[in-house]
Each structure stands twice: as C-alpha cells, then as structure tokens.
Design a protein around this ligand. Structure first.
Ligand code: GH3
Ligand code: MG
Ligand code: MG
Ligand code: MG
Length: 517
C-alpha cells in the first residue's frame, strides 16, 4: 500500500506537534515531512514529490501567497491547503488567487477528521484535473497530426513538411548534406480522364506507398500538391541522391503495374543537394525547376538543379549570336568553372581536344561531306560537356563503379546534347553528342553488329576516337594503355563495338605515322 506523502509547513513548534498528531491519527499510512521555514520548505519541495502540501499562512517573514510563487513550480499539480489562525476573508482570497486547493482555519485543521477529509478531496480533485489535462493534450496532438496529414495517402501534408523543415528546432548534424526531391506523376490527367477519379486516387496512394517504402526513419515525405510529392533525405553525396531518385523512378512503374491494369505509371523527379545548414524554402523552387526540366525533356527521368543551372547559362549565351558556337561553348565552361572539379575539367578540356584532333584526322580520311566533318569536329571537342552535371566525386572515383553509378555517368551524353541545344547548336551536333556513348556501351553488341556494307558515319568515327583516347589516358579507375594495346583492343571489338572501317583507317594512319617517324 502506498503511503500518502504530506509536506507540512508550520513555524510554531506547538502547532507542528498538534497538526502532526491530527494527521497521524486520521490516517496511519502517511509520511509527513515538516518544514519550519520557507527555506526548509523549498528545500524539501526540491528533493521529493508530495501528494499534498499543508501550508501555514504565516511563515515569518513570509506569507502564503509569497511562498506559493516559488513553491508551485517545484511541485506542479500538487494540491496545497493553506491553514491560518486568522479567519480574515482577505487571507482566504489571496491564497485562492495563488491557486491553492483549499483553505482551512487552524482550529478546524487540528481536528484530524476534518483535515483528512479536505486533503483527500484535494488529492482527488488534482488527480481528476491531471487526467483531464492529459486527455486534452492527447486530443490536441491528435488534432495536430490530423491537420498535418494528407487524408488520401496518409502521408504528411505540406504544412507538416514546412514546419518540420524550415522550423528552427530541427536538424541533427549541420555538417551533413541534405537532399530535396520533387516527384510528379507523369500525364496524370490522362489516368483520371480515361480510368476515372477512383483509379487516379488509388494511383496517388500507391505512388506514395512506393516512395514511403524506399525511405528510412529520419526522412520526410509529404504530399505537396495534387499528384506531387516532396521528399527530404540526409545524403552523403549528389551521386547518392541522384541514384536514389533514379531507383525510385524505375521502381514506381514496376511496383504499380500489377496493381492497376493500366499503362505504366511514371514520374519525373527534380533533385538538389545542399549542406544541411543551407536548407531554406527557396530550394523548393530549385527542385521544382529541375522537375520541370525532366518533364520538358521527355518525362520519366531525374534532373538535378546543377543541370538546370547549366542550361540557364547556355540559354543566356544563345542570345549572343555574334559569337562562334565554339566560343559560346567555351564561355559556358568558363562560367561553370568555379563549380567544377579537376576530373570534370580534364574530361571536358584536354580529353575533348585530343578526341577532336584524332577525329579530325580520321574524319578527313573517311568522310567527304565538309558539313558533316565540321559537325564531327565540334561534337568531338565538346562530346563530354554534359559532365558539368555529373558530380566530380563519381567521375574521380578510384574504383570500378556500380551499375547505378555507370548509369548516372552515362546520362552525361544526354545532358551534353541538351546543353548544346540550349546554347543554339545545330541538332546534328547535339545528336552526335547524345549518341556518343550508345555505340560502345550496348549490352548485346552482336545485335548491333556493324558490317562493312554500311558506310561509317561521323558517330562511328567519334565512338572510336573517344574510346581510343580514353584507353590511352590515365583514368581514376584504370591505367593508361600503350598505343599497341589500344590498337589491339580496338581490333578485338572490330565489327561489334566499333565500325570495322574506322578501326582499319586508324591503323593505317598510325602505320603511316610510324613510318614517317
Ligand atoms: P505532367 O506529366 O505534365 O505532370 O501532366 P499531368 O497531367 O500529370 O499534370 P497536370 O498538373 O496537368 O494535372 C494534374 C491533375 O491531377 C489535375 C488534377 O485534376 C489531378 N488531381 C489533383 N489532385 C487529385 C486527387 O487527389 N485525385 C485525383 N484523382 N486527381 C487529382
Ligand atoms: Mg503530373
Ligand atoms: Mg502537376
Ligand atoms: Mg563521353
């Protein structure tokens, strides 16, 4: 059985004794702590919690209201009964104003029965209040959760996301990188129009489910608008963020297909990565623009803010029609230079020039059309310009890359083509750049076997030149090959990965050069 713990504050030793007697007589299961001064009282109140406080109105030089101001915060929710020998109304009123539970004249308090009756009443009342307050708080939290939950999907809504993310008391490690994603269902209107609103609703719910499944505890998902979701994650790098988004993009049609007998549901995703301490609402505009770029350039794809930024600059340079295309491209690289890493600059610069020189020589030997030749030269020099939007850390990785990482790097051909179009270059050049990785990366080369019967194109020349120069240079993940090794490698894939005529012509040029030497 639990004992009732009473804190009794009384300065008069005679009254102390009488009150203690009254308390013990009325209720044997009681622990009474006696305090004779305000200091004693506060000290006891600090060290343990009581069920009820019995406080003499006068503890010279203080009176109850003065004491209560310091006492209440130490024993919140604990009822206090003030006793006093003066029966003045004023004392009672002042005490009640300080939130005491009850007031008793001292003669009455000395009667154990009366005192205990009041104490029990005060304790019960306090308990009821506590229960009610707890219930109200729970209800309040429930309402808040409801107000911050999207009823259709059960995930958080925009209000929650904004409070969580831009609110002050978030964020654990401010050195970390944070990533933000805007995910929009492609051609959702068509789903609504052809399948009806119910199917549309289900698709929204299921997309939310797939996103939720790919998140961990600390991440935040919210429904941002009709068929748009926003995600916050802690990321290690831009590559990690992009690959997560691309995995999600590929998972959504796969996971949804069996659920609805409709065309694959795809999404477009915009992504950006910033140091956690730089998180701010303007980032939503960035990922929104990245998402729109993904829409404009074909949907079912992931675009980063870095690509949007590069395309913005390219478009600005497009208006400078007085500049040669080559100079516009060089200016673009100059503008982006402060954000570029050493490997990015190497691929875009040195490597591009070397590929151009080789393509020039091979092209002159193999292609008749001067317009095609000039396209080839420009495409060769800038074939890797899309690497401005592929993070340095992945290009410079001193190890063999995962399949996901490869896929990300391979996107640079497409990024490059988009940059060239934005800067106002001929589509023939952009197409050459867009295709420069396709010929020598096909999974089943046999299906794309190149035969002697088809004349070599500028793309075939570019493909061999890019491969040859790459093999001859040191890469973060591989040693440089010798000229002999490079020629042998090209010959090994002659007719499959590489056009036979181009491989043969390269040998011929090399022979001639070695003879001349
Ligand atoms: P895009 O590929 O460019 O994103 O095209 P879209 O059709 O997906 O985009 P758009 O923004 O034109 O249309 C979105 C539609 O989503 C319009 C709106 O009627 C519908 N929608 C918004 N909220 C809901 C919802 O809760 N349930 C259903 N069924 N439809 C919704
Ligand atoms: Mg949409
Ligand atoms: Mg939309
Ligand atoms: Mg390349």
């Amino acid at each position: 059985v639990k004992r009732i713990r009473i804190l009794l504050a009384e300065d008069n030793t005679n009254h102390q004794r009488l009150l203690l007697l009254a308390l013990v007589r009325g209720q044997p299961l009681v622990n009474v702590v006696i305090a004779a001064t305000r200091e004693d009282l506060l000290e006891s109140a600090r060290s343990e919690q009581f069920d009820c406080i019995v406080l003499d109105h006068n503890l010279p030089p203080y009176n109850a209201p003065e004491i209560l101001r310091d006492l209440t915060p130490l024993q919140p929710d604990v009822p206090c009964i003030v006793i006093s020998s003066s029966e003045e109304q004023r004392v009672a009123v002042e005490s009640f104003r300080e939130g005491v539970a009850d007031f008793l004249p001292k003669e009455m308090a000395l009667d154990g029965q009366v005192l205990w009756h009041r104490i029990e009443e005060a304790i019960n009342q306090a308990r009821t209040l506590r229960i009610e307050r707890r219930r109200a708080n729970r209800r309040l939290r429930q309402l808040q959760r409801q107000a911050e939950t999207d009823p259709l999907t059960g995930v958080a809504n925009r209000r929650y996301f904004e409070r969580e993310l831009w609110g002050k008391n978030r964020r654990t490690d401010r050195r970390e990188l944070a990533s933000l994603y805007l995910i929009d269902i492609d051609r959702f209107k068509t789903i609504n129009d052809t399948q009806g609103h119910d199917v549309g609703d289900r698709v929204i719910r299921d997309v939310a489910g797939v996103i939720q499944d790919s998140l961990s505890e600390a991440d935040i998902l919210a429904r941002w608008g009709g068929e748009e979701f926003i995600v916050y994650r802690q990321s290690t790098t831009m590559s990690e963020a992009w690959i997560w988004a691309d995995d999600l993009r590929r998972a959504i049609p796969q996971r949804l297909a069996p659920l609805h007998g409709i065309d694959p549901v795809t999404v477009s995703i915009g992504v950006d990565v910033v140091p956690t301490k730089e998180l701010n609402p303007a980032l939503v505009t960035r990922v929104d623009r990245a998402m729109y770029l993904a829409k404009e350039t074909g949907r079912n794809r992931v675009c980063s803010w870095s690509l949007v930024n590069a395309i913005d600059i390219a478009q600005e340079l497009q208006t400078q029609a007085e500049l040669e295309p080559r100079d516009r491209l060089r200016r673009l690289i100059d503008r982006l230079r402060p954000n570029l890493g050493q490997t990015q600059l190497e691929h875009i610069g040195q490597h591009g020039l070397a590929v151009r020189d080789l393509a020039q020589r091979l092209g002159r030997a193999m292609l008749d059309n001067p317009a095609v030749l000039s396209h080839l030269e420009l495409a060769a020099e800038f074939h890797d310009i899309g690497k401005v939007a592929v993070p340095e850390e992945i290009l410079a990785a001193p190890r063999s890359l995962s399949e996901d990482e490869r896929r990300y790097i391979d996107e640079h051909a497409r990024f490059g083509a988009e940059l060239l179009r934005a800067i106002g270059l001929d589509d023939g050049i952009a197409s050459l750049v867009e295709a420069h990785h396709t010929p020598h990366r096909t999974a089943d080369a046999a299906a794309h076997a190149l035969s002697d019967s088809e004349p070599a194109t500028a793309a075939d020349v570019l493909s061999v030149c890019d491969a040859a120069i790459t093999m001859l240079s040191i890469r973060s993940y591989a040693q440089a090959k010798t000229v002999m090794q490079t020629l042998a490698e090209l010959r090994a894939h002659r007719g499959s990965q590489f056009h036979p005529d181009v491989v043969d012509t390269l040998h011929f040029i090399d022979d001639r050069r070695s003879k001349a030497a």
